[in-house]
Design a binder for this molecule. Structure first.
Ligand SMILES: Nc1ncnc2c1ncn2[C@@H]1O[C@H](COP(=O)(O)OP(=O)(O)O)[C@@H](O)[C@H]1O
Ligand SMILES: Cc1ncc(COP(=O)(O)O)c(N)n1
Length: 264
């Protein structure tokens, strides 16, 4: 039996299982790939918020990455919570030396407003991490923090995309999940433009949407799809997962990574 495509997530652990490493591995399995992980930080987290987090030393991140890449090999990499400037720079350097597409989700703040990235790391994200990205997937808060562009309309998304592309990623996907109306995202490489539109699901259980979308893109890239095809398939998967999101605990529940297994 041949091995499934291999995908690596470099991200933080979410003890509640809705976002971070846990969301990424579930997404990778649901999309038929073999998921692997480099843990950058451990969060104590549930449906109510992030109660605390502990960053791993850069050496521990480097060692995990080398263990995976040097023996097993990867066909796509996804990054999420990187916590500090030191980890952002360490991971950017590792990706630069890896022959695989990289999806960079520049995670800044959780759905509850808890910070997952030091303000002092923003410059490293701009100048070290974005340049090595095949696709960068900022949400509207992250775009505002990284570029200063405030997005309130679809037209603003174009200006925001241009500002992110100026830092060097090949493609950028501006996620419009935080706007009103349809859930509209804009994908562009500066010459092609794709508008991805899905109905907004009136479901407050959206913990993990961004992690899930970025991991789904990485899984589809690992299967050999081009960026627009991978992003379209990933958007369809995350939309279904949001529609099926469920209550857990007393706050914001997770999207349902297993929605396709539960359809029949
Ligand atoms: N209520 C919703 N209904 C449908 N799609 C949504 C909804 N909220 C977010 N999305 C989509 O989920 C994906 C993740 O976006 P977003 O929630 O903005 O990311 P993040 O988790 O990084 O804040 C995007 O494709 C966005 O359009
Ligand atoms: C470890 C980790 N990584 C990423 C997120 C962002 O996910 P969300 O924006 O849905 O809270 C999170 N809450 N925790």
């Amino acid at each position: 039996m041949s091995a499934p495509p291999r995908v690596l997530t470099v991200a933080g652990s979410d003890s509640g299982g809705g976002a971070g490493i846990q969301a990424d591995l579930k997404t990778m399995l649901a999309l038929g790939t073999h998921g692997m992980s480099v843990v950058t930080a451990v969060t104590a987290q549930n449906s109510l918020g992030v109660q605390g987090f502990w960053e791993l030393p850069a050496d521990a991140v480097r060692a995990q990455y080398r263990s995976v890449v040097d023996d097993i090999g990867v066909q796509a990499v996804k990054t999420g919570m990187l916590a500090s400037a030191e980890l952002v720079e360490t991971v950017a350097e590792l990706i630069m030396g890896t022959d695989a597409p990289a999806v960079v989700d520049p995670v800044g703040v959780s759905k509850h407003g808890d910070s997952l990235l030091a303000a002092s790391a923003l410059d490293s994200v701009r100048t070290k991490l974005l340049p090595v990205a095949t696709v960068a997937t900022p949400n509207l808060d992250e775009v505002a923090r990284l570029t200063g562009v405030e997005v309130t309309s679809e037209d603003d998304m174009r200006r925001a995309a241009a500002a992110v592309l100026a830092y060097g990623p090949k493609w950028v996907l501006i996620k419009g999940g935080h706007l009103q109306g349809d859930a509209v995202d804009l994908l562009t490489d500066g010459s092609e433009e794709h508008v991805l539109r899905a109905p907004r699901h009136d479901n407050r259980h959206t913990h993990g949407t961004g992690c899930t979308l970025a991991s789904a893109i990485a899984a589809q890239l690992a299967k050999g799809q081009d960026v627009p095809t991978a992003v379209a398939a990933a958007k369809e998967y995350v939309t279904g997962a949001i529609a099926a999101g469920f209550a857990l605990g007393g706050g914001i529940g997770p999207v349902d990574h297993g929605w396709r297994f539960r359809e029949q």
